[in-house]
Design a protein around this ligand. Structure first.
Ligand code: DER
Length: 233
């Protein structure tokens, strides 16, 4: 299987949890895209009805609109029945790193108020510890004096902090749906207690939210060469 085929397998498995009448958090990224496509297909076939989608990004809102999935927001639906979303990393305790697609703030807002949060990944996302993939741990910050905030994070965690830019145009910062910047943190070692590290990040004035989703996932679906596994918290 290709990685995208594995993502699709995990996504379709998650959509089996979707029942008619549900309010569904719609994730962001290439894995969640397959789940949203599948929901649209089942609605179109009449196998699902009365679904309300709560998109986690403008990109997902557009995909839902194109598929004819009715959308709303958490002000109208403060309790979400089920959220389905991908992740960049999953540790053995089902803690996640998310945000490499740039949508971590809206994802965390929506996935914090859902009864069930189903994470869908291909096996390449499994890590021994958060930050273990050597890839970015994203943090959303305000644009004002972003260099100051980036340096503060580097000194706090002994990590490397890089401003996310658009398609490698160095002078063109990536701007989130909320008008903020993303700083990608690269840890040289395990950050230790995730909650302590996350809380310390949030105390840095200028930081809006970080990409560690601690103790939030309720179900993990992993698609790998040897099949699909499902694990509940
Ligand atoms: O940006 C995000 O949080 C995405 O959900 C990301 O974590 C997973 O993206 P992928 O499904 O394209 O790998």
């Amino acid at each position: 299987f290709t990685q995208d085929e594995l993502k699709k397998i995990a996504a379709y498995k998650a959509v089996e949890f979707v029942e008619s009448g549900m309010v569904i958090g719609l994730g962001t990224g290439s894995t969640a895209k397959h789940a949203i496509d599948r929901i649209g297909e089942l609605l179109h076939q009449g196998k699902l009805s009365n679904i309300i989608g709560i998109p986690t990004s403008k990109q997902t809102q557009h995909q839902a609109f194109c598929l004819g999935i009715p959308v709303s927001d958490i002000e109208t639906h403060p309790v979400v029945d089920l959220a389905i979303d991908g992740a960049d990393e999953v540790d053995p305790d089902m803690n996640l790193v998310k945000g490499r697609g740039g949508s971590l703030l809206r994802e965390k807002m929506i996935e914090s108020c859902c009864k069930k949060f189903v994470v869908i990944v291909d096996e390449s996302k499994l890590v021994e510890y958060v930050g273990g993939s050597g890839l970015a741990m994203p943090v959303e910050i305000v644009p004002f004096c972003w260099k100051f905030t980036a340096k503060k994070l580097e000194s706090l965690f002994g990590c490397v902090a890089k401003l996310r830019v658009v398609m490698n145009k160095l002078d063109d910062p990536y701007v989130t749906d909320n008008g903020n910047y993303i700083i990608d943190l690269y840890f040289k070692k395990d950050v230790g207690d995730l909650r302590v590290a996350g809380d310390a990040m949030l105390r840095v004035a200028g930081v809006v939210e970080h990409g560690m989703f601690i103790d939030m996932a309720t179900t993990l679906i992993v698609a790998g060469e040897f099949g699909v596994t499902l694990r509940n918290k």
